[in-house]
Each structure stands twice: as structure tokens, then as C-alpha cells.
Design a protein around this ligand. Sequence first.
Ligand SMILES: [Zn+2]
Length: 263
Amino acid sequence: MIIRQNTALEYEASPLIAAPHAFPTRLGGASGGALASLNLGLGRGDSPAALAENYARLGRAVGFDPARCVLTRQVHGDVIRRVTAADPAGLDAPRPDCDALITDVPGTALVIFTADCIPVLLYDPDTGAVGAAHCGWRGTALGLAEKTAQAMTAAFGSRPESLRCAIGPGIGLCCFETDGDVPAAMCAALGEAAAPFLHPAGAKWHVDLKGLNRLWLQRAGVRTVDCSDSCTACRTDRFWSHRRMGAARGSQGAVIVCKEVAK
Ligand SMILES: [Zn+2]
């Protein structure tokens, strides 16, 4: 993963993905207080003007029109929404209840929100189709990353071995301490394959959610996965972390844009 800077904005991006995309940090936005400064989360009490300015700045830097953004109302499930040209877009549009979005409509920008959970972006260089998934521990246990890749195959004919995927900043093995329920859910879903990502720590566990999502993508047949080293809970100066900050925080918004592919 590489770090890009555009005036005060700073975001991570993968050199393996040719579509415009970003995993933004919290830096370079217009929001104040606990939301300072690049809050992209709706429903966090931010002012509409600050949100509009944040999306406008990110859109100029990354290359998308905020009026073409499709956002989610996330529920920690495994529902994947295919976005078509008929879907309403923009910051004021109704948001579908889902944790992943896919589209092949050029100009559409998919946005998912995180603040410790793992953002996964998917790109099909053959068709230009894109996907975005919000994988918290529940979504990880549900195999949402694998299911999103499979949904792109079903909807667009994407070949898994061609897909290029990026796992963005999220809570790391260092900070994601859990009770036994989280490892039990991973073992129920993945069997022995989950073991390398589950580390006992006294009565607790440390869980490598990024590694588990990489494993799910590999199980889908994806060969190219780029993974951020950034832990949101270690670096609250750069990211929002639900674990460290509670409810008084903004949200990261991972974005990927579908672009026309020359056939
Ligand atoms: Zn950490």
C-alpha cells in the first residue's frame, strides 16, 4: 500500500488497482470537534456543509463526483447490493441496508464506512467492475469478502483469478482483543484454516481480521491481494477507532470508482 497526499488530504491506495480509489485517513477535512477533520460518516452528527466539503475534497483528489456516490446503511450482515444506473446516488439519497456494494456502471463511486472494521475494495481489470465490503468480525465470520468476489463473478462474469483486491486500514492483531466468541465464530466458518490468525492471550484472544479477510479472498480464487499495515486503534492521530474513541468519532469512508474499460 502507498500513501498519497493531496494538499492536506492523506489516504492509502494500492498500486495494484487501476480504478480510482482511496482509503482515507482522518486528515485534511473540514469537520470540527470529535469529527476533525475528514469525517465521511453520515449519521455522526456532522454538519451537512462539512460533509459536502469533505466529499468534494476527496472527490477532487481521487477522481469522483460526490453526486455519483452510493453509500450504505451497514448492519454487520452479508447482504451485497448490486448498484445499477437506476439506483439513487449522492449524499442525500436513501442508503441501502447492506455491508457490500458492487457495480459495473461507469462513474459510480461505492463508499463503505469503517472505524476499526476492515474495508475491502475489489477491482476487475477485465470489465472495470468494482466492489466494496465492510468486514467487521461478524462480516469476516460470514465470509463477506469471499461472497463479494463471488457476487462479482455472478453479476459481471468477473474471473476471480483476475480480481485485484485491497484490504485497507483497520484494527490490527496488536489491538483486536476479544473473548472466545470471535475465535469460535472464525473456526466454525473456516475450520483449521482460521488457526494461524487466532492468538491466545491469557483469558482473551487477539484476532487478525485482515489476515482472515485475505484468506477468504484467496478461498474465492483471488490471487492478488494488497494489505495495509495500518492499525486504526494504534494510530488515532490518523484514523478513527471505535474501540479507542467510542461513539464520539467520525468514520473512515473507503471509496472505489467504476470507470469505463476499453474493450
Ligand atoms: Zn494496533
